[in-house]
Write a protein that binds this ligand. Structure first.
Ligand code: BF8
Ligand code: SF4
Length: 639
């Protein structure tokens, strides 16, 4: 299809472009139109130098030096930028950790026998976690062990502990460093509340002190709330194993009732998948003229199910409006996070019913079905029934589904990766030592309409694998790489010779899907396992992180805990910190001397790949492994 240039530059994907053409034809507004309407965006806010933390304000300081240099209270650019960043981290960490708490509450209710639609699907993992948390398992029933583990994890959210439980996974050196810096996360809720306290007018007025607490807050997410979410989701919904799946809007089926699961928490979507298999509902769908019920995933709740059950994905963040534009989606079921309020408006142009399910996330104009895990399966069936009823209103003349799907593999939990390696990190460590694999990079995070959709993820990942760097993906990056065909074992052909050899020997892709965004904790766990195996700190390993197209406060928290765990991280979108040179200096350089890692900002993924390669080679040099000198790297870049 001939796509106009102004649309081609919005996304690298044909299915997205096809729907964008339709949106223009029909005058349906999307995220890209709204971004254009906002431009130029506020310069003060972009630099992070505006503050509305109190009613003496709002205030802004002039980054060019002509206007005021202090807010009404006397806060300068350093304080304002650091406070804003601190609150952003707290918001992101809170989103992840509240998701973790929701999972934990379902888990404790399950242990008490009060739920419907849930079971312990991975007993071995439950017992391993119990052992890790010092809970007696001998001669005890599984429900009793689960109850005690749930109680112990609940304590991590409060104020009674000196460190959250999963921090024990860290190498001793890192634990000691965090203690010395005073940034060991004590309680998940505690660190977030303390950040809100510190950033109230007149509390923490030392920017470096605020930012250090920002790291602590983010650590309470990565090694706290998010890790609870991942680990207990595995126990209840199954620990992922390699599985084949597919991606693209072509996963929608004209002849079926199409229901998209959008949001983040698997506690609803897993039950929905069970409900959609109900023979009575399948019969109802057939009675209404459909051939069956087709569930598809969007964003991270989709990733959760793709990892465990191979659910086809219709897309990542920037596809949520475009999937509605197919006219083939009968219901979009949402829980929380990353769901644009605009989906309700786009859905109104079609027959699609938007169904919200979380009482903490309602959408004006959507149908709300309050989800309650005690009646999980019953509510799941009710929601599927609504999707079938909406199907009846579908106008076949309005259906336009872009053709074709791309195959991709998912399911690479730490357990699955170590399993493929024969139960020990040794083969991976050997491949790294020999230089077949130079290192590993987590390419994670969102889409942002400021960047052509998926361009950053796909380009950066491609350059890394071409240069024998193993890439681990989660969240929207996994979808982007899947669509680009980089996540099948055959993609070994795209990799450098060393990585290709390892992938072929193991039958794995060079880009491994490790799950949703809370599952970035799988990457942390793997990094800690490698460091412990070799006997070094995480910061000494040839690892890096990247969020080429991030948009969300959650991504800021992720970036912060990755750096605080000792891993260099490159951001593709500029965060609002550039109004304070001191803050920039600390994050982009000074932190290296504090936590052994720092941030970089690099919008061009080609350049980001070079930065990361140089970093990885310098870590190899530090470990005494064969390395490529930094000066040689630019010339060696494979085009
Ligand atoms: O939690 S990567 S756009 S969907 S925030 Fe959102 Fe970003 Fe996607 Fe997953 Ni994560
Ligand atoms: Fe202004 Fe200070 Fe109030 Fe912020 S906290 S709005 S800088 S007076």
């Amino acid at each position: 299809m001939d796509t106009p240039d102004n649309i081609r530059k919005l996304s690298i994907n044909n299915d997205a472009r096809e729907m964008l053409v339709r949106a223009r034809e029909e005058g349906i507004e999307t995220v890209w139109d709204r971004l254009a309407a906002q431009e130029p965006q506020c310069g003060y806010c972009s630099l992070g130098v505006s503050c509305r933390n109190c009613a003496m304000g709002p205030c802004r300081v002039d980054p060019f030096g002509d206007g005021p240099q202090k807010g009404v209270c006397g806060a300068d650019a350093d304080i304002i930028v650091a406070r804003n960043l601190g609150r952003t981290i707290a918001a992101g960490a809170s989103a992840h950790s509240d998701h973790g708490r929701d999972i934990l509450e379902v888990f404790t209710a399950l242990a008490a026998g009060e739920t419907s639609g849930y079971e312990i699907r991975d007993e071995a993992k439950l017992l391993a976690l119990a052992a890790e948390w010092g809970i007696e398992t001998q001669d005890r029933g599984i429900a009793e062990v689960a109850r005690e583990l749930g109680d112990a994890m609940m304590e991590d959210f409060g104020s009674r502990k000196e460190r959250v439980g999963f921090l024990e996974r860290l190498p001793e050196q890192r634990k000691k460093l965090l203690d010395e810096l005073g940034i060991t996360p004590r309680g998940i809720d505690r660190e977030n509340v303390e950040m809100l306290h510190r950033t109230h007018m007149g509390v923490d007025n030392d920017y470096a002190n605020t930012l250090l607490h920002g790291l602590r807050t983010s650590l309470s997410d990565g090694w706290g709330g998010s890790m609870v979410a991942t680990e207990l989701s595995d126990v209840m919904f199954g620990t992922p194993k390699p599985i084949k799946s597919c991606v693209n809007l072509g996963a929608l089926r004209t002849e079926c009732v199409n229901i998209a699961l959008h949001g983040h928490n698997p506690m609803l979507s897993d039950v929905m998948m069970q409900a959609a298999e109900d023979p009575e509902l399948i019969k109802l769908a057939k009675d209404k003229g459909a051939e069956g019920i087709n569930l598809v995933g969007l964003c991270c709740t989709g990733n959760e199910l793709q990892m465990r059950k191979g659910l086809p994905m219709v897309g990542n963040h920037l596809m949520q409006e475009l999937v509605l534009l197919t006219g083939a989606l009968d219901a979009m079921v949402v829980d929380y996070q990353c769901i644009m309020p605009a989906v309700v408006d786009v859905a109104k142009c079609f027959h699609t019913e938007v169904i919200s399910t979380a009482d903490k996330a309602k959408f004006a104009g959507a149908t709300h079905v309050s989800f309650d895990p005690r009646r999980g399966l019953e509510i799941g069936k009710d929601i599927v029934r609504r999707g079938i009823e909406a199907y009846v209103n579908r106008n076949p003349d309005r259906v336009r589904i872009p053709e074709g799907t791309v195959e991709m593999m998912a399911g690479f939990s730490v357990e699955a990766i170590l399993g493929a390696l024969g139960g020990t990190p040794e083969p991976l460590v050997d491949a790294i030592k020999a230089g077949k694999i130079r290192g590993a990079v987590g390419v994670v995070g969102c889409n942002n309409p400021k960047i052509p959709q998926d361009y950053g993820h796909v380009t950066l990942t491609r350059r890394l694998i071409e240069n024998d760097i193993l890439v681990l993906v989660t969240g929207c990056s996994a979808v982007a790489n899947g669509k680009a065909g980089q996540m099948m074992p055959e993609a070994a052909d795209m990799a450098g010779p060393g990585l290709a050899e390892v992938c072929r020997a193991l039958g794995i892709p060079p880009v491994l899907h490790m799950g949703s965004c809370v599952d970035n904790t799988r990457i942390l766990t793997l990094a800690a396992a490698l460091a412990n195996y070799i006997g070094v700190d995480i910061s000494e390993l040839p690892l890096a992180g990247a969020a080429p197209e991030w948009y969300s406060e959650k991504a800021v928290s992720i970036g912060a805990y990755v750096v605080a765990s000792g891993i260099f991280t490159v951001l593709g979108v500029q965060p609002p910190i550039f109004g304070s040179q001191n803050v920039v200096q600390l994050l982009a350089s000074g932190l290296d001397d504090v936590v052994g890692a720092r941030f970089a900002v690099e919008p061009d993924p080609e350049e980001a790949a070079l930065l990361i390669r140089r970093h990885i080679e310098s870590k190899r040099e530090g470990l005494g492994l064969p390395f490529i000198p930094a000066d040689d790297i630019e010339t060696e870049q494979v085009a």
